[in-house]
Design a protein around this ligand. Structure first.
Ligand code: ZN
Length: 236
């Protein structure tokens, strides 16, 4: 297990401190928390940063007077952690309990896949995919929460996905394969963030199908249903 994990490249595109702070404080919706926890499964850098954020939060709560609070920042805590851990290793618990089954499914997501009555979490072809567009399928994930919804998105290898615009925030975690858009190329463990009013056209890498966890806090622009939007755009 450890050797397989070590062979995987580490994510290059990460979560913001604001989102990690919401996660640490419990303010994140279930869908967003699921995405954060899943990314943390891949990412020692964000695990370490989360430890620092929690430490800052604890320090702010505990020291109301004597400690110069302006000096307590995530970066200063990280610097201290790194100084205390010069031997290498992973202070935040790398290597994780981690990716289950096929080697790419993050552990926090596994119960959700079980919940969609997949015959086997390892048999992706048997999951109840709903056609979204040519070469693109999705599965809605049951989550509670006021703001964010969650879905699994699969783009077949080499597929040019439907161009779409975002009314709100969208975060994408790549779990398998890769995709690229105008903002860059995203591989296993990477987070892609799409801001309100942005639009993009993801293209899956040719090496294998790209499977992502997608969370968003508002419907996509121009259509009430993703499938209708995809159909419309593909006919252009
Ligand atoms: Zn990260």
């Amino acid at each position: 297990m450890a050797s397989e994990q070590a062979a995987k490249p580490r994510p290059r595109s990460h979560l913001s401190d604001d989102i990690l702070t919401d996660y640490a404080s419990g303010a994140a919706d279930e869908a967003l928390a699921l995405l954060v926890a899943s990314h943390l499964d891949y990412c020692p850098a964000c695990r370490e940063r989360l430890v620092a954020i929690e430490a800052v939060g604890g320090a702010l709560l505990e020291s109301l007077a004597p400690v110069p609070l302006e000096r307590i920042t995530v970066d200063s805590v990280l610097a201290r952690i790194e100084a205390e851990d010069t031997a290498g290793g992973d202070p935040a618990g790398a290597g994780a309990e981690g990716l289950s089954d096929g080697g790419w499914l993050p552990a926090p997501l596994k119960p959700y896949v079980d919940g969609i009555r997949a015959a086997s979490t390892a048999d992706v072809e048997a999951w109840p995919w709903q056609a979204l567009a040519r070469g693109a399928d999705m599965i809605d994930l049951p989550v509670s929460g006021r703001s964010y919804t969650a879905l699994l998105l699969r783009l077949r290898a080499g597929t040019i996905g439907p161009r779409h615009a975002h009314r709100g925030n969208e975060l994408v975690l790549v779990m398998c394969g890769s995709f690229a858009d105008a903002t860059g190329t995203y591989r296993c463990g990477d987070i892609a963030y799409n801001a309100p009013d942005s639009q993009h056209c993801p293209v899956a890498g040719r090496e294998e199908d790209c499977i992502c966890l997608v969370v968003m806090d508002a419907p996509l622009r121009m259509a009430g249903r993703l499938s209708r939007l995809a159909d419309t755009l593909l006919r252009r």
